[in-house]
Each structure stands twice: as C-alpha cells, then as structure tokens.
Design a protein around this ligand. Structure first.
Ligand code: ADP
Ligand code: MG
Length: 450
C-alpha cells in the first residue's frame, strides 16, 4: 500500500487517536504528495497549519504511521502554495488544475483553521453577532448590509470575521473577497495616493463581492481615506455586495467619523459582542483544550473560567500558561498546579462578590442595599437590581440560583430575564452603558478589593 490509500489508512488511525473537533480542524484539509513506508510527504494549506501540526500532532502522525506501516516513515510537511509576505496572501488551497490564479484582491487569504464557525462557541453575549455572520454568508448583500459587529478587545470580532470569510469562500470559490484590517486599508490608500495608483486601487475595491474590514475605528482621523471609503461603500452597497465591519465601539461613538459614514454603518445590522458569561467561558476553555489535544480536568477548566473573566484572549492565555507550566515542570495538570501557574493573574484580579456589586450599584443609583434585596418592584429599584444581576453574571462565578437567592430569593428565570433585558438595553441606551461599564471597572480595579 502506498500513495493516497496509505495516507487514508493512516488518517483512519489518526482519527481513532484524537477528538473529532481536532481531526476536523487539522486533518481534513491535508493533501498527500508522496506516501510510502519510508516517507510521508503531506501538503498543508498554509504555514500556520504546518507549524501547528509540527508542534502538536507530530507524535500522533508518527504513531499512526507506524501502526499502519510497521515502520517509522520520515514525515515532511509542505505548504501547498507559497504564501505572500502580507495578509494578502496567495491562494490557500490550490484551485482546479488549469485555473488561472485569481488576481488580487480576489486572491485567497491565509485564514487560520481555528477561526471558523465550527470552533466559535456561542453564548448569550455573542449569539446575535454569530447568527448575523452566518446569515450574511447565506445571503450576501441581502440579509444585513452592512453587518457591523462591535465589542471590546479579545471578544471574538476577528474570529467571526475570519469565519465568515472562510465560509463565504467555501461556498463561492470564484468570488472576489477582500479581508483587510482598517489600518492596512488606510496604509494602502495612502501609498496609492503617493504612488499615483488610486484609480486602480479604487477599481479593485469596487469590484468586490465581499468586503470585510476589521477594526474600522481606525478610520478616525484618516479623513481622506474616509472620503474614499464612503464612495467604495456606496458603490458596493448599491451593487448589493456584502460589507462586514468590526469596531471597538458602535458607529456613533467612533471619534471623528463623518456623519454620513455613521449613518451608513447603521443601515444594516449593528450587533454587539459582550463579555462572555461563565458558562460560555467554560465551554471555550474546553473547546480550546480539545483543539490543542490536551486533557484538562473539569475542575481546572472551571477554575480558569471562573477566574479569567475579562476576555477570551486572556482566557486562552491562561489555558496556555497552565498547560505550558505542566509540561515544563513535568507534572500533571491539576487544580493545585493551575493555582500555581496562574498566581499572578489571580493576584492582580480582585475577586468580586455579589455583595460588592450590590454595594457599588446601590451607591451609584442612590438606593438602599436592603431595597435591592427586598421585594419592591418599582422601576427605580427594579432597574438597579437587574443591573446587579447582569453584572453578577459577568463578573462572578455564581449560578443563576445563587444570584437570585441573594436578591430577595428570586428564581433563576428572573435572573436570566434581568440579564437579557439589561444586555438588550445596553445596545440602545448610552447612559446605561456608561453606568454599567463604570460600575464594572470600579469593581475590577485592584483598589476595589476589600
Ligand atoms: P477581537 O478581534 O474581538 O479582539 P479575537 O477574535 O481576536 O478578538 O478573539 C481573541 C481570541 O479568542 C481568538 O483566539 C479567538 O479564537 C478566541 N475567541 C473569541 N471568541 C470566541 C468564541 N466565541 N469561541 C471560541 N474562541 C473564541
Ligand atoms: Mg480583532
């Protein structure tokens, strides 16, 4: 046995050894250029994929090959097509043979196989953005145009944008997609002005089917680029081409963004991503562990999810730290080790209790603590109480039942309702948004610790 059938047999062995999600993410897109009992030459879509396989899966590939061939073949991974130096890379999958390589910006980009819809954990804080991103891939230019996703750092905006691009490209092989960071877009425009090539940049931009610009808030202060983007936007919009934008704040709050752009950014759907709840954080820790092929005991996953509440990038960082610490010290990953590995993360982060939240909210809204915990349901008490519940869902590890219990023995559905209601209000009510973010930051500042 050799060639593709040998590789298929090896793949079947690999599939037995790792989890489905890992297999799907890392092995589905591998091609085989040469497979014998002595040598296995595999082609992978991009450099990132290659490095990931080398770091995490070389022993699985070796074991599985040995199980099939009885020998240990030499393994070589090659990147299918050479990558360009910038994010605007070459095709990451070879087209059908004979296809002319598509021209930039219709060229393909190197997207990470992790940043897909499959690997995106959905929870109450990102459900709308996720559903909207899927909808625009299903019905580009028709579902929501533009789709504007905003939220704080590390909450998954770029992940969703990459996922949408990858899903779109999988469905529409020949379409013209451009994914770019706003910073890069501004730079491209500035160099085009300097080099006298604005016309060709403009022509390329306006000939797209799917335009995705990450971190559009970088347009602030880039006046000429705003002007240019305004015309590109109109031209794509009028041709029913899909536009997706991400930003750290809602359109109206991007400083010095022209009013006509602010209003256009609101034409489609403006979706906000909030900080994840405890349950989502836990699911993300599990998912990231599975992708790396590491077993994380339940109490360790819970410990990380409980203690790293700010954003998902830090959550991942904490997992990486714990796993790395176990490997370096050659000890099993258990709760005691996780405590040790994450010591400084924990000491710089105050533990927030429900009482702390109630106290800060009571002061801010000028109500009595006992009222928050009491039965009264007048609006002046109910709103701050709901704010408490919403914040408790984000900053603490308490369950719905425990939170309800603290606030006058209310049941878990009341807490869920309160949380969703406030999350909904935050989308439209800037005053409430400012109040909640101020309360949250005062609670998480180290000095807020008792
Ligand atoms: P942002 O662009 O909002 O700053 P990113 O998209 O870069 O954030 O996300 C930071 C990290 O968190 C990435 O590694 C991303 O894969 C991960 N991440 C964010 N949201 C999720 C999610 N819902 N499920 C799984 N991973 C996520
Ligand atoms: Mg980002």
């Amino acid at each position: 046995m050799q060639g593709p059938s040998l590789w298929d047999a090896i793949l079947a062995e690999i599939e037995k050894r790792i989890r489905r999600q890992q297999f799907h993410t890392w092995f589905r897109r591998i091609g085989v250029t040469d497979a014998t009992a002595e040598r296995l030459c595999l082609s992978v879509p991009n450099r990132f994929h290659k490095e990931w396989l080398e770091s995490y899966y070389s022993s699985v590939i070796k074991e599985s090959s040995a199980a099939v061939t009885g020998k240990s073949p030499e393994i070589e991974l090659v990147v299918a097509l050479s990558e360009g130096a910038s994010a605007k890379a070459q095709p990451d999958e070879p087209g059908e043979s004979g296809d002319p390589a598509p021209e930039e910006p219709s060229g393909r980009f190197t997207f990470s196989p992790i940043q897909t819809f499959d690997n995106f954990v959905v929870g109450p804080a990102n459900r709308l953005s996720h559903a909207a991103a899927i909808a625009v891939v299903e019905a580009p230019g028709r579902a929501y145009n533009p789709l504007f996703i905003h939220g704080g750092v590390g909450l998954g905006k770029t992940h969703l944008l990459h996922a949408a691009c990858q899903a779109f490209l999988a469905k529409h092989l020949r379409s013209r997609l451009l994914y770019t960071s706003c910073e890069e877009f501004v730079n491209d425009f500035v160099s085009a002005v300097q080099g006298g090539t604005v016309a060709s940049l403009r022509a390329r931009m306006r000939d797209l089917d799917f335009l995705v610009i990450d971190d559009i808030h970088f347009l602030a202060r880039a006046e000429r680029t705003q002007e240019e983007f305004f015309h590109t936007f109109n031209s794509l919009y009028n041709a029913h081409k899909q536009i997706i934008l991400s930003s750290d704040s809602p359109p109206a709050e991007i400083p010095s963004l022209e009013e006509r752009l602010v209003s256009r950014f609101k034409w489609g759907l403006v979706a906000r991503i909030d900080a994840p709840t405890y349950e989502t954080r836990l699911a993300i820790v599990r998912s990231k562990a599975a992708l790396r092929g590491v077993d994380v005991p339940a109490d360790v996953a819970e410990f990380i999810a409980r203690n790293v509440t700010t954003n998902i990038r830090e959550l991942e960082g904490a997992l990486t730290r714990a796993v790395g610490y176990a490997a370096l010290s050659n000890r099993p990953l258990n709760l005691a080790l996780a405590h040790e590995a994450l010591q400084d993360v924990l000491s710089s982060r105050p533990l927030v209790s429900i009482e702390d939240i109630a106290r800060v909210v009571a002061t801010r809204y000028n109500v009595k603590l006992s009222d928050l915990q009491g039965k009264r349901r007048s609006k002046s008490i109910a709103l701050p109480r709901q704010v408490c519940m919403h914040i408790a869902r984000r900053l603490t590890e308490y369950s719905l039942e425990e939170i309800g219990g603290f606030f006058g023995g209310r049941d878990h559905t009341t807490v869920m309702y309160a949380d969703e209601k406030i999350a909904g209000l935050l989308k439209s009510d800037a005053t409430l948004r400012a109040a909640v973010s101020e309360i949250q930051s005062s609670l998480t500042r180290p000095s807020a610790r008792p």
